[in-house]
Ligand binder design. Structure first.
Ligand SMILES: [Zn+2]
Ligand SMILES: [Zn+2]
Ligand SMILES: [Zn+2]
Length: 144
């Protein structure tokens, strides 16, 4: 390689910084993912941040947002706020029990035609949708 084509000292340093940054982000992501994978049930961002106090609150929140964006983690709106859980990574909906708070992933959609019709009717470019179904789970309904 000629001297001319070699990256400058400064550029080289930037690349190294970038790589360090990247691997740190990857490590953080793994730590957060491991903590999430260890959970049986849904959790709040607050609970996760508390558990991973070594990682730093802002980083936990940012990583969580990233995992939601890529579909690894579901963000579920419940009455008390927002909870998270490891998702099936495909489009799905949720059953949310208003008594015990249990969240169930429901595979498949069933409303995509309805959503497409709405989009056509309103001249709205649909990029996605969410559907949460609230009620009482079987156990809570039986106990009532
Ligand atoms: Zn229930
Ligand atoms: Zn889900
Ligand atoms: Zn759907």
């Amino acid at each position: 390689m000629s001297q001319k084509n070699r990256p400058s000292h400064r550029a080289q340093r930037l690349i190294e910084q970038e790589e360090q940054h990247f691997s740190r982000a990857t490590r953080t992501r793994r730590t957060v993912l491991e903590a999430i994978a260890g959970k049986e049930d849904h959790f709040t961002a607050e609970e996760l941040a508390k558990e991973l106090s070594g990682v730093g609150r802002a980083t936990v929140y940012r990583t969580l947002a990233h995992l939601v964006d890529e579909g690894t983690v579901c963000r579920v709106p419940v009455e008390s706020g927002t909870v998270y859980r490891l998702g099936p990574q495909t489009h799905h909906h949720h059953l949310i029990c208003q008594v015990c708070g249990q969240v169930q992933d429901i595979a498949g959609c069933g409303v995509d035609e309805f959503v497409a019709d709405i989009g056509a009717k309103w001249g709205f470019q649909v990029t996605g949708h969410r559907l949460e179904i609230y009620g009482r789970c079987r156990r809570c309904a039986d106990a009532a």
